[in-house]
Design a protein around this ligand. Structure first.
Ligand code: F6P
Length: 326
């Protein structure tokens, strides 16, 4: 343990995700177990700038791990993008006697942590928390499993009505920059097609696939990632209608319901393992890195590497969807 580690801060930042509370609980209790004080920073980097912090003890995180959202609240901070904002944040950390931070969030959160380290020498360990699962250095991010399961429950219901009415449904799922939620939802619901930001796809190509399949099936479901370059589900549906009047089309946008709800067992255990790993890493004097789990083993990956590029879609899974939707 490095001698200066007396008090750590923990915060959540960016989009929330089910399982973040399990991670907060694990951070707080692991620290307390090891004689380290914990300060909870509210509303991410925004709270760091506004100095919204309070001490957290083991009992302050009772009865939270089964709930979605984050008890620390979260924000996408504009102020922290500016050097002056980061200077205020670092001064607040020093004044509060905080030696190191655990930052729970996605790539934006870790880009911020990197700046805090470079400009103000603040030690930060990251915990991957985003429903998008688009971070390198971990097989899963906290929230992805719950979000996909929530979306799959909704899409199964949509399939019931789609097949009763012989309709084509476009279902939009979250993922501004990543098609991972969309691809996993498509595979898990037996969707006919998926549109993702990572792959250039045309409406002509979509029409060809759907028209070829129309003779064999009564209903079809196309999963569209929010960030698909053809536009969201409404835009794709409109373009397809201009192309062919063969289908009775409906659109459903699942939206933020995917980000809430009670975390799955996978997300609870992931949150627990990563929260413990983050505190242990700080105790070993590690910094500037994200704790992840790869092949069921805890690992640390430098923030630079995590944010350099997004996790890619596995071509094997895209191929699986094409094969299984014949
Ligand atoms: O947290 C990730 C995410 O849910 C993306 O999938 C989505 O594009 C984005 O956040 C939406 O962010 P906001 O809630 O700020 O509109």
């Amino acid at each position: 343990m490095i001698p200066t580690l007396r008090r750590i801060g923990v915060f959540t930042s960016g989009g929330d995700g089910p399982g973040m509370n399990a991670a907060i609980r694990a951070v707080v209790r692991t620290a307390v177990y090891n004689g380290i004080e914990v300060v909870g920073i509210l509303s991410g980097y925004e709270g760091l700038i506004r100095n919204e912090m309070r001490p957290f003890g083991a009992r302050d995180v009772s009865n939270i791990l089964q709930h979605g959202g984050t008890i620390l609240r979260t924000a996408r901070s504009e102020g922290f993008r500016r050097p002056e904002g980061r200077t205020v944040a670092a001064a607040n950390l020093r004044a509060a006697g905080i030696d190191a931070l655990v930052a729970i969030g996605g790539d934006g959160t870790f880009a911020g942590a990197l700046l805090l380290e470079k400009e103000h020498d603040v030690a930060v360990i990251g915990v991957p928390g985003t429903i998008d699962n688009d971070l390198r250095g971990t097989d899963l991010t906290i929230g992805f499993d719950t979000a996909v399961n929530t979306a799959v429950g909704a899409i199964d219901r949509i399939r019931d009505t789609a097949s009763s009415h012989d309709r084509l449904f476009f279902v939009e799922v979250m993922g501004r920059n990543s098609g991972l939620i969309a691809l996993h939802c498509a595979l898990a619901t037996g969707a006919e097609y998926v549109m993702v930001p990572e792959r250039p796809q045309s409406v002509e190509e979509l029409a060809t696939v759907l028209l070829a399949g129309a003779a064999r099936r009564s209903s079809s479901i196309v999963i569209v990632a929010e960030g698909d370059e053809e536009g969201g589900a409404f835009a794709v549906a409109k373009k397809l209608k201009e192309h062919t009047d063969r289908f009775d089309i409906r659109v459903s946008v699942l939206g933020h319901m995917q980000r809430g709800g009670s975390p799955t067992v996978t997300d609870r255990i992931l949150g627990a393992r990563l929260g413990i790993a983050a505190v242990q890493a700080l105790m070993e004097g590690r910094r500037g890195s994200m704790a992840g789990i790869q092949n069921d083993t805890v690992s640390l990956t430098r923030f630079e590497e995590v944010i350099a590029a997004r996790k890619e879609l596995r071509p094997e899974l895209l191929h699986a969807l094409a094969v299984l939707s014949i």
